[in-house]
Design a protein around this ligand. Structure first.
Ligand code: HEC
Ligand SMILES: [Cu+2]
Length: 437
């Protein structure tokens, strides 16, 4: 879409500006010299007429020395959205009143505003755009299910075609009373014998798959305990040797090895589902269910809760990264480490604020005084692919938005919003959390 969406936005804004008259629209051929010295050419820009008229003709001709009031960037497939977002933040810090980042591919809109916090509710390109198709299997179990699905679809198509052909035959080709014997035969064969055979075969195939899907993997396989919580995932790696490793909302797996998932719930029934890797399994309070998956292809996939579990059920997702064994091992060893001590001054302030504001009563950051267990472990939260179970991306702005606007981002969430903190303190907290890689 890239180019064409940019020109569509340009056309619409230009139309509006003509009828409105209070400003002028520019396309990306105009470069602006921002107050911070950078020269930037947004896809579309709008400048208030009075500001424009104050420039000399020569300034208007060359790089106009101002930051547009409104800037629009349209993400093309090759653009890194984080870099674009940094550009947006730059425009806003240079005085743009409003910046739009349009992302046709991720179907998201984000906006940055000068006079308030950064917004753009529900922009979830990161995890939401990950593959999660049961028909594009990346694991042995998903492969079996996909094959079963295609056999069933093919069979159902044949049956449907036959039934339709018979209907058309009776209605148009030979619309007359048929011999009783023929009709009876049709009912017995088509209505009784054929369905019995078809369903029996399906049952046999399904039952034959079941033991393989339910069998616990060989002793010594990787074990992961996942607890569904309203509305996030507590993840605990249980290595054969060494202490358990706690994290949240992200699962990494070595390719080509069976994984023994042990599933629990802390509150209501959830359902654990990684469509690309296999079927789903309920997480039931008071019980431990199990699921074995064999990822066969490296990649990053989306998992989700597949059982309605309350207000933010739809915001209960996670990323699954399938790595080579070495990479996986490196990652797990790194997750097992305590958090690095904050180095910069704002990060140190953030660490103090984290304790002073009581965040540590609900969150653990290993290596610090924070040891709460109500919410997700944050020891390495800055290195995760998303925040709040896929509800946000993971950069400093997202941390700030999350801490200040929890309810707006995730309705009913079990974390109070800290919007009353002064912006500088929110920023310090964000810097600190972002540094927990
Ligand atoms: C009453 C308990 C509670 C307090 C206090 C609390 N949180 Fe949370 N926090 C939670 C819960 C529960 C979640 C999970 C929300 C969800 O995703 O549904 C969470 C999620 C988070 C996340 C996202 C974690 C992830 O894995 O993506 C961050 C970051 C966070 N909190 C930071 C903070 C900070 C900073 C403070 C203090 C200013 C704080 N929290 C105070 C309960 C709390
Ligand atoms: Cu759920």
């Amino acid at each position: 879409m890239g180019e064409s969406s940019a020109s569509a936005v340009l056309r619409q804004l230009a139309n509006w500006a003509r009828s409105d008259g209070s400003g002028i629209v520019f396309d990306s051929s105009t470069g602006f010299a921002l107050p911070n010295g950078a020269k930037r050419s947004p896809d579309v820009a709008w400048v208030k007429r009075e500001r424009w008229d104050r420039l000399t003709p020569q300034q208007q001709e060359e790089f106009p020395p101002l930051c547009p009031n409104l800037v629009v960037e349209v993400r093309s497939p090759s653009d890194d959205v984080r870099l674009l977002w940094e550009k947006m933040a730059e425009y806003v810090s240079c005085g743009a009143q409003l910046g739009w980042l349009l992302d046709p591919k991720g179907r998201g809109i984000r906006y940055a505003r000068h006079d308030c916090d950064i917004g753009g509710r529900g922009y979830t390109w990161n995890v939401a755009s990950l593959p999660q198709s049961a028909l594009e299997p990346a694991g042995r179990e998903a492969q079996l299910l996909a094959e079963l699905f295609w056999w069933m679809t093919a069979g159902a198509t044949v049956i449907w075609l036959a039934a339709t052909a018979l209907t058309l035959y009776a209605a148009y080709v030979s619309p007359r009373p048929h011999r009783e014997r023929g009709a009876l035969l049709l009912i017995v064969i088509g209505g009784v014998a054929a369905p019995v055979v078809v369903l029996a075969v399906l049952l046999a195939v399904g039952l034959a798959q079941l033991p393989g899907l339910l069998a616990p993997p060989a002793a010594g396989s990787l074990r992961i305990l996942i607890t569904g919580e309203q509305w996030w995932w507590r993840v605990r790696y249980l290595p054969a040797a060494g202490a358990p490793v706690d994290l949240a909302n992200e699962i990494r797996l070595p390719v080509g090895e069976p994984v023994d998932f042990q599933l629990e719930s802390a509150d209501v029934i959830h359902s654990f589902w990684i469509p690309s890797l296999g079927g789903k399994m309920d997480m039931i309070p008071g019980r431990r269910t199990r699921l074995t998956l064999h990822p066969t292809r490296e990649g990053t996939y989306r998992g989700a809760c597949a059982e309605y579990c309350g207000g933010s059920h739809a915001w209960m997702a996670f990323a699954v990264v399938v790595h080579s064994r070495e990479e996986f091992q490196r990652w797990l060893a790194q997750q097992a480490e305590p958090a690095a001590a904050p180095t910069s001054a704002p990060a140190r302030l953030g660490a103090e604020l984290f304790i002073a504001n009581g965040c540590g009563a609900c969150h653990t950051i290993r290596g610090s005084a924070a040891d709460g267990v109500v919410g997700p472990d944050l020891t390495h939260v800055g290195g995760r692919l998303s925040l709040a179970a896929g509800a946000l991306e993971n950069d400093r702005n997202d941390f700030r938005r999350w801490i200040a606007h929890t309810y707006a981002i995730k309705p009913e969430v079990h974390m109070p919003a800290f919007g009353m903190l002064p912006p500088a303190e929110l920023e310090a907290l964000a810097v600190y959390l972002d540094s927990l890689q």
